[in-house]
Design a protein around this ligand. Sequence first.
Ligand SMILES: NC(=O)c1ccc[n+]([C@@H]2O[C@H](COP(=O)([O-])OP(=O)(O)OC[C@H]3O[C@@H](n4cnc5c(N)ncnc54)[C@H](O)[C@@H]3O)[C@@H](O)[C@H]2O)c1
Length: 275
Amino acid sequence: MISAEASVTTSVRVALGDRAYDILIGRGLIAEAGRAIAERRPRVRAAIVTDETVGGLHLAGLTASLQAAGIDSVPIVVAPGEGSKNFATLETVVRAILAARLERGDIVVAFGGGVVGDLTGFAAAITRRGMRFVQIPTSLLAQVDSSVGGKTGINTAEGKNLVGSFHQPDLVIADTGILDTLSPREFRAGYAEVAKYGLIDDACGGDELPGQGQGGRGRRARDGRAGAAQSRPHLRTCAGIGHRLFAAPRAWRGRRDLHGAGARILRPHESLLAG
Ligand SMILES: NC(=O)c1ccc[n+]([C@@H]2O[C@H](COP(=O)([O-])OP(=O)(O)OC[C@H]3O[C@@H](n4cnc5c(N)ncnc54)[C@H](O)[C@@H]3O)[C@@H](O)[C@H]2O)c1
């Protein structure tokens, strides 16, 4: 479970002018989430969108954190998994936000993996013509990848992520302690993503950050995505190359591999990009 002791080990400012936001990274940060939101957006109310698995394990802790900071919240719980990134669940989420009478200046919190993040971000983008939203990613993949960069959306029968929008979060809170409850399979999928961004960053001339292993790579992945999304087009290009390379064997294998697992398949080919 989540440690009661919170510590922000890193704070990264994503410099996007009037849409700039912070990424807070540290163990036990759920306990600080209410305060972090209230400092930036006083007197807001919140909807917390989560899935049944993450909600069952961690929703009470997040709700208490918000409550302690004077933020009333309503939970919106969806089924876990990719199947929730669809129009029907999007409608459920949007209508639950409206039913809770949240105003445009209130907050929608995405509390879960990449599925919840993409779905919630899109719901926030289109509800009341654009509501503020906070990403509290709970899978490693979401912490290092999908919660940063502002890409939101759902799947349709025609394909993945074909309907969506760019909508930057107001704040990202990555509590590394919450990863303790993640299954080893999902953890490996996220770790492969960390390796992928390390590869892309190395191939495209990114600077080395201090630190080894998951922490350093994880921070670099987040920094890389934030920058690539808006201000470093060469990194975006490299990221695009990487995604296509990683997608190819997935399609060839004819399987619905986990997003991150695709990255591992190409690991032996890192030298192609580095050369
Ligand atoms: N927006 C972007 O830029 C971007 C980038 C990459 C991937 N994505 C999207 O992200 C999605 C994949 O994200 P994902 O891998 O996080 O999948 P996911 O959201 O389905 O989470 C994986 C599983 O882990 C569970 N889980 C999450 N956090 C947990 C925790 N702390 N403890 C226990 N269980 C937990 C979830 O309930 C789920 O069953 C895909 O839809 C993909 O398209 C988006």
